[in-house]
Design a protein around this ligand. Structure first.
Ligand code: UT7
Length: 320
């Protein structure tokens, strides 16, 4: 049993943070940020948490597909910025969306989270016990970003995206390629220290830490490999693919992949200019924006790729 994307939705909180805003907070400039990353501004949640963004993205997908939440058999949320350590955002949304008391699970695979969540959904459909489900990527990264660190604070933004998937005999998901390699120091957010450390004050609330250059090198190597693996699994060439929805981390990473495969810019989705990097939300947001712009139509073959903390990386090739 395979799956079909019935509908997709997304949500960006109203607040924005421009490069000029950031240049008043740290030693940076609009010119540096744009030329090194392609980012012009990013959305920022002020009074909404991750579950709120996820809720609005899910409702957008349900409304667009005219889908009754009672018809859903599972909900999976990919996030590294949940409201609570537990319960999961997925469990919170099960009630808020008015779903039946069904399977609800959060997944943490950092910026590859949405791809991992799609693969998990495919696994659920393969059991034959699930017919329809929600897969969401949602982040309020501005909660975990150090706004005194110019190396990271200019990169990240908040947002959420969602797919409603349904079991299908037709193999819409034609290839999946997923990986992980435990390299903690490249990109991390510290969690709880060992218990004895709690006996002494352990300083400030931890923030996201990143060795940008290392992650950049990893990404420009990993992304083309994933795309090639997806093409090899299917026998397609890059010309057969109608749209490439890659994790929105840096325009230079997107451009490198485009150059490697000779991808025309009209097929390369980029939201970086106004979203920045929204981690596990970036792929479904970019997918939704591409639908709105007519870059993706029913029947199109779409490659989606994520990469990030873990390190993790992976992709899917789907016929929409
Ligand atoms: O979603 C998870 C995956 N994450 C990523 O994919 C991020 C991957 N990494 C990147 O996108 C890039 O490495 C960055 C955008 C983070 C940095 O770009 P870079 O071209 O690798 O710059 P760099 O780190 O080599 O820094 C170059 C210079 C340094 O100054 P010096 O040492 O040459 O004097 C930095 O201190 O730029 C400086 N710099 C800045 N200057 C102005 C670093 N951040 C800033 C800034 N504004 N915001």
């Amino acid at each position: 049993m395979n799956a079909k994307i019935l509908s997709s939705g997304h949500y960006l909180p109203k607040g924005t943070l421009t490069n000029d805003d950031l240049s008043k907070m740290v030693d940076t400039s609009d010119e540096w940020i744009r030329s090194r990353t392609g980012i012009g501004s990013r959305h920022m949640a002020t009074d909404e948490n991750t579950s709120d963004l996820a809720y609005h993205a899910a409702m957008d997908a349900l409304n667009k597909g005219q889908i009754d939440p009672q018809s859903l058999d599972f909900i999976i949320v990919a996030t590294i910025t949940p409201d609570y350590v537990f319960p999961s955002v997925a469990a919170m949304l099960q009630k808020r969306l008015g779903m039946r008391q069904v399977y609800a699970l959060d997944i943490n695979a950092a910026c590859t989270g949405f791809i991992y969540a799609l693969e998990n959904a495919l696994g659920l459909f393969a059991t034959g016990r699930y017919q329809r489900g929600l897969v969401i990527g949602a982040e309020v990264l501005t909660k975990i970003v150090d706004f005194t660190d110019r190396n990271t604070c200019v990169l990240f933004g908040d947002g959420a995206g969602a797919f409603v998937l349904e079991a299908s005999d037709h193999p819409h998901f034609k290839a999946v390629d997923i990986h992980a390699d435990g390299v903690v120091e490249s990109l991390a957010l510290e969690g709880y220290p060992l218990k004895e450390n709690l006996l002494t004050p352990h300083g400030a609330w931890p923030f996201l830490q990143m060795q940008g250059k290392e992650v950049f090198r990893f990404a420009v190597d990993a992304v083309p490999k994933v795309i090639q693996n997806l093409l090899d699994q299917t026998g397609y060439t890059s010309e057969d693919i109608d749209a490439f929805v890659l994790h929105q981390a840096n325009q230079r990473i997107l451009d490198k992949a485009a150059k490697d495969f000779g991808i025309d810019s009209s097929k390369l989705v980029s939201t970086l200019e106004y979203t920045g990097n929204t981690s596990s939300a970036s792929v479904p947001i970019a997918f939704g924006k591409a639908l709105e712009q007519g870059m993706i139509k029913r029947g199109d073959k779409v490659v989606m790729v994520g990469f990030g903390g873990g390190l993790t990386w992976g992709g899917v090739l789907v016929e929409y």
